[in-house]
Design a protein around this ligand. Structure first.
Ligand SMILES: Nc1nc2c(ncn2[C@@H]2O[C@H](COP(=O)(O)OP(=O)(O)OP(=O)(O)O)[C@@H](O)[C@H]2O)c(=O)[nH]1
Ligand SMILES: [Mg+2]
Length: 441
């Protein structure tokens, strides 16, 4: 029999029972398709565990000691024993003492939702930055909770974590002095700061040189698939939650000389652990500080409306409220009929219906992005002194240059440029002269 082995939060291939406390739901809502633990199941599977059963208690308020009611804990313990489960995963966030109490009753490991999400992130992190971010988040959320189990663990004895992975700041830190953890956190913050300062410089430069577009959305919405289709980049798109954990940026050729920079990033999820949001802030900001946000929504998911609300909340949390947004209704190929799509389009008339996987609706996306990028096209003749190398570089990237005439110390360019780009060029303090000005819508 497994004892209470909270030496880390990894669940790998363990047999899991899902549990949740939900507010009472009217009977008629529990029709076919009612699956309040669908997302938790997907998250659990994303972490590698096998879901074997579930238990829901419908009541308004949690019980302070055991979160779910006493009777329910006993029911859960019986289920764990009967199903030989190795872990119970809650859809809610629990306090360390609630976890401890349920563990002693159920005699197996208990995780809450935030710990599960952190565990998935730990298993997925590939880049140096993502690894540091996850480690920091784990030290901040999981560590104090593991440390809270010290007395409990001492009873079981050291080395109890047989069969459990060591992805997290697990066993070793348990025995480690808190001061070492504090100093590790300080190191991680310093290292992240260093990486992020360098990145911010690059991002800033990119934002000056190019119009930038960020893909955001709920996890599994299809961001990476769309990124690949639009840029032919070959970034991993996978049917698993949190396939992408860092931000990638590529050139996206819109055709007729227009190039923008497109970024793909980590997906959002409901109740993203607070510490994770904090440490992934820089990663998110990178794509979120773009000129235009493409919000990718999987409209074939029955929870789509909830997903969109989450996306709005996270964007607000990270301060991405200024820039233009375009809603993309993705996976329309999976819809059995048009009814849900019509409802979305009624509510969001500007939204574009697409299928990233099948390449449907993408011309429309390109058109809308292009018109945002140009922000009203002007046809101009400009004269720039030769020393304005930066401005020339800007124009070559951001405008459509039709003709270049050089003389000894200046170049005259005939070009089409968006109002927005022209304003940006002026804002850089570049010296140039407008010789002919013929704005056209
Ligand atoms: N049928 C259908 N499947 C799609 C479409 N777009 C994406 N998918 C699938 O949805 C799954 C998730 O796609 P990803 O592109 O990895 O999603 P993501 O938003 O990048 O997910 P995270 O990186 O986890 O945030 C993959 O299995 C894709 O093949 C679509 O238009 N139609
Ligand atoms: Mg992705």
């Amino acid at each position: 029999m497994t004892d209470t082995h909270r030496t880390d939060s990894s669940v790998r291939t363990e047999r899991a029972i899902l549990a949740a406390l939900l507010p009472p739901v009217p009977y008629e809502q529990k029709g076919p398709g009612y699956d309040p633990l669908g997302e938790l199941r997907a998250l659990t599977e994303a972490a590698g565990a096998i879901v074997i059963d579930q238990l829901i208690q419908y009541r308004l308020h949690p019980v302070s000691g055991t979160f779910i009611g006493k009777g329910k804990v006993q029911e859960l313990a019986a289920l764990v024993a009967a199903q030989e489960a190795q872990v119970v995963i809650f859809d809610n966030d629990l306090s360390p003492s609630q976890i401890c109490n349920i563990e002693s009753e159920c005699k197996c490991k208990v995780l809450d939702r935030s710990e599960l999400i952190l565990d998935i992130f730990a298993g997925r992190a590939r880049t140096h930055e993502a690894k540091l971010q996850v480690e920091l988040a784990q030290l901040e959320y999981t560590y104090p909770r593991l440390a809270g189990m010290w007395t409990h663990l001492e009873r079981i004895g050291a080395g109890a974590g047989v069969g459990i992975g060591t992805r997290g700041p697990g066993e070793t830190q348990i025995e480690t002095d808190r001061r070492i953890v504090q100093s590790r956190k300080a190191d991680l913050r310093r290292e992240l700061d260093r990486i992020q300062t360098r990145k911010q410089r690059e991002v800033k430069q990119r934002n000056v040189d190019f119009y930038t577009v960020g893909l955001v959305g709920y996890t599994n919405a299809g961001k990476s698939t769309l990124f690949n289709t639009l840029t032919d980049a070959g970034v991993g798109a996978e049917d698993k939650l949190f396939a992408t954990l860092d931000t990638r940026t590529r050139r996206w050729e819109l055709g007729s000389g227009d190039t923008v920079m497109l970024s793909d990033t980590v997906g959002f999820v409901r109740d993203l652990p607070h510490h994770l949001v904090a440490s992934f802030r820089a990663t998110l900001e990178e794509s979120v500080h773009s000129d235009l946000l493409l919000i990718v929504l999987d409209v074939s998911d029955p929870e789509a409306a909830e997903h969109l609300r989450t996306v709005d909340t996270v964007l607000e949390e990270i301060g991405a409220t200024e820039q233009k947004r375009l809603l993309l209704l993705n996976k329309i190929d999976r819809l059995e009929d048009n009814a849900p799509l019509l409802l979305w389009q009624q509510e969001y008339p500007e939204a574009v219906a697409i299928s990233a996987a099948r390449g449907l609706g993408l011309d429309k996306v390109v058109d809308v992005v292009r018109s945002h990028q140009r922000g009203g096209l002007m046809h101009l003749k400009l004269r720039l002194p030769m020393r304005e190398g930066k401005a020339m570089h800007f124009l070559e990237n951001r405008a459509e240059v039709h003709q270049r005439d050089y003389d000894a110390d200046s170049v005259t360019m005939t070009l089409s440029i968006g109002q927005r780009q022209l304003d940006q060029l002026r804002a850089t303090g570049a010296k140039f002269e407008v010789l002919e000005d013929s704005p056209r819508a």
